[in-house]
Design a protein around this ligand. Structure first.
Ligand code: CP
Length: 309
């Protein structure tokens, strides 16, 4: 049987990504559709979340499904020693699809290999966050009118920030130039730079983060320093406020430039920027609903034609 899980966008073709974006656009036109009546969606969050869990659950509710799950593993039998395998097998007895966030890199891949129902990866450690990338792609397309030939600046925690890793994998189809701006301690890992080289993705590394650098950006993708991934909190304290985007730094920004951030923000974007036309991060989060409606439907075998019908 075909495995319809979403583990990584490495597995997806350009045609598949474009198809999912078309689905998302259809859901933006009309988010409420009775496509999942009688279905159960399980959301298993072994790590904290606001947007990802709530937008997946909203997506399920707007499509007529019912939602079960947990937002805190401390209330589950994993605290008694139940393994991830057994948890997944048990929940597969109850639900038609499982959305899972887990602190271990590779947990989603593992779950997808043992589960009899589709798994949607809602973030696995510092590895990947493919559903975030679907809403990022949708946001980039909506703001730029294309996904092709863009200059995308990734700023902040490029080591632990799983959203930027997933974005690289999806953008490989669209001839981007990436710009990496991070402290040495949080630089893009060599494995991902190697991925770029293997997939003909151009990238430039910058040390400066100022108005002259930002002047070249179509998309300025800010990220939070991922405190929860540090083993040495002194190191976190040293790097946490290194890159703060302030209003004067946008003086030379291109008119089409938009600022994205997967959120939550901590101290990466000055609040004065929220009122500028460059700020797009709240709309970006809203796009998550439509992108995740598309992902749930696709994983359950519902086609674009069926959605339009
Ligand atoms: N962007 C994102 O993953 O946010 P949450 O951690 O709130 O789900």
């Amino acid at each position: 049987m075909e495995n319809r899980s979403l583990v990584s966008l490495v597995d997806y073709t350009k045609e598949k990504l474009v198809y999912l974006l078309q689905m998302a656009a259809e859901f933006e036109r009309q988010p409420n559709r009775h496509l999942l009546d009688g279905k159960i969606v399980a959301t298993l969050f072994f790590e904290p979340s606001t947007r990802t869990r709530l937008s997946f659950e909203t997506a399920a509710n707007r499509l007529g499904a019912k939602v079960i799950g947990f937002s805190d593993p401390k209330v589950t039998s994993s605290t008694k020693g139940e393994t991830l395998k057994d948890t997944i097998m048990m929940v597969s007895n109850y639900a038609d699809i499982i959305v899972m966030r887990h602190y271990l890199e590779g947990a989603a891949r593992y779950a997808s290999e043992i589960a009899p129902v589709p798994i949607l990866n809602a973030g696995d450690g510092a590895n990947q966050h493919p559903s975030q990338t679907m809403l990022d792609l949708y946001s980039i397309y909506k703001t730029q009118g294309t996904l092709e030939n863009l200059d995308i600046y990734l700023v902040g925690d490029l080591k632990y920030g799983r959203t930027v890793h997933s974005l690289l994998t999806a953008m490989r189809h669209f001839n981007p130039t990436f710009h990496f701006i991070a402290p040495d301690e949080l630089a893009m890992p060599e494995v991902w730079k190697s991925y770029c080289r293997d997939n003909n993705i151009r990238y430039v590394e910058h040390k400066e983060f100022d108005e002259d650098v930002i002047a070249g950006a179509d998309i300025l993708y800010m990220t939070r320093v991922q405190r929860e991934r540090f083993t040495d909190l002194m190191e976190y304290e040293r790097v946490k406020d290194r890159y703060l985007l302030k209003l004067p730094m946008l003086a030379k920004a291109k008119p089409n430039m938009r600022i994205l951030h997967p959120l939550p923000r901590v101290n990466e974007i000055d609040y004065a920027i929220d009122e500028t036309p460059y700020a797009y991060f709240f709309q970006q989060a809203k796009n998550g609903l439509y992108a995740r409606e598309a992902l749930i439907c696709d994983a359950l075998g519902i086609t674009l034609d069926e959605i339009k019908a």
